[in-house]
Design a protein around this ligand. Structure first.
Ligand SMILES: N[C@@H](CCC(=O)N[C@@H](CS)C(=O)NCC(=O)O)C(=O)O
Length: 262
């Protein structure tokens, strides 16, 4: 049986769970103990996953990390039903869409969790960062709306890779009060995407974790939980006015960077 190391709130892990469900492949999931704290306690998980990130997929002796690489692996090994559209141009379009979602778009939602969940900012700084995040989300959603012109799904005529790449991030935006405007194509698409059992299951698991998980602000304040600031997420904080948060986190030891491979 395929095993997916995951965290329900990870949009990347959600992509993998949705893809597996759409292909009808049974799988088990495992949340590594103390995941996200910087002191994860799961030797098996760490051994074959040098970046210590979720999602990671185990298929027999094979370990695959990175949601995009995992989706590629699943598409190669289990071609039916296909998740990519036919033709190189359409495939390239869908992959470019996924790249924007997994970098620029994801960074905004990650920052919202830092601000509202992990309580990294208060007062005027909080207000300013929330307004920046809402503005950036609105522009990206307008861009997504244009991608849907003339096609029912981001993948084309059928639900697939492009939709899997967008749905988890849009559901997280909605949870933070940045849902697409209700009268647009994007809101209509999100409603249809959430009617699919694969998407609904991943979204429900995320909601449950968000509402019943530990007090995140207290975890960071206790010093037992160091959040990972890396790549597009770190860039978001710097470009959007959160430099003070980064400096404060480094000084107080509540921030770490990506795991050094090797
Ligand atoms: N490019 C990777 C990104 C995966 C990623 O950033 N995962 C986060 C969770 S959303 C993670 O594992 N962070 C490690 C940590 O917080 O310790 C992918 O697409 O799978």
């Amino acid at each position: 049986m395929i095993l997916v190391y995951e965290h329900p709130l990870s949009p990347y892990a959600q992509k993998v769970k949705i893809a597996l469900a759409e292909k009808g492949i049974p799988f088990d999931t495992r949340l590594p103990e103390a995941f996200g704290s910087g002191a994860v306690r799961d030797e098996e998980f760490k051994r074959d996953n040098p970046r210590h990130e979720v999602p990671a997929l185990v298929d027999g002796d094979l370990h695959v990390v990175d949601s995009t690489v995992i989706l590629e692996y699943l598409e190669d090994k289990f071609p039916e039903p296909p998740l990519l559209p036919p033709g190189p141009a359409e495939r390239a379009r869908v992959r470019m869409l996924e790249d924007v979602m997994d970098t620029q778009y994801e960074a905004i939602n990650w920052a919202l969790l830092e601000i509202e969940g992990f309580k990294r900012a208060s007062g005027e700084l909080r207000e300013r960062l929330l307004a920046r995040a809402a503005g950036q989300t609105a522009s990206l959603q307008a861009w997504l709306e244009r991608q849907l012109a003339g096609r029912p799904w981001f993948t084309g005529e059928r639900f697939g890779w492009g939709d899997i790449a967008v749905a988890p991030h849009l559901n997280i935006s909605a949870a933070f009060g940045n849902a697409p405007r209700p009268d647009g194509r994007l809101a209509d698409w999100l409603k249809r995407a959430n009617e699919r059992p694969s998407v609904a299951a991943a979204a429900a698991a995320a909601r449950t974790r968000f509402t019943s998980g530990p007090d995140l602000g207290a975890l960071v304040a206790s010093g037992r939980f160091k959040r990972q600031y890396r790549d597009h997420r770190l860039e978001w904080m710097l470009r959007s006015g959160g430099l003070a948060i980064v400096l404060d986190g480094i000084e107080n030891g509540t921030i770490r960077f990506g795991n050094e491979v090797g």
